[in-house]
Design a protein around this ligand. Structure first.
Ligand code: SF4
Ligand code: SF4
Length: 80
């Protein structure tokens, strides 16, 4: 796909609220939760594994996950 998902600052963990809905929803295991000291785990999307299926976006209670253009494909277009 020509896009991947990106997590915005609206994600609950930035407000100190633990959430792993997106990680649990991803069929590709492309979202890892990064441990942090004194704060909820931070979701990180592995863009190489992300297929852009949007299951994470649909599961996010904060509406914090959106599609962005995949950078590698942008470069390929520019190189063409
Ligand atoms: S778009 Fe799909 S594959 Fe990519 S992180 Fe979200 S659930 Fe996983
Ligand atoms: S589901 Fe949404 S609010 Fe929850 S960790 Fe993922 S991006 Fe943050």
């Amino acid at each position: 796909m020509g896009h991947v998902m990106q997590i915005s600052a609206d994600c609950f963990v930035h407000a100190g609220i633990a959430c792993m809905s997106c990680r649990d929803a991803c069929p590709e295991q492309a979202i890892a939760m990064q441990p942090r000291i004194g704060a909820p785990f931070l979701p990180r999307i592995d863009t190489a594994s992300c297929t852009g299926c949007a299951a994470c976006s649909a599961s996010c209670p904060a509406d914090a996950i959106m599609a962005v253009k995949r950078e590698t494909e942008e470069r390929e277009v520019e190189d063409a």
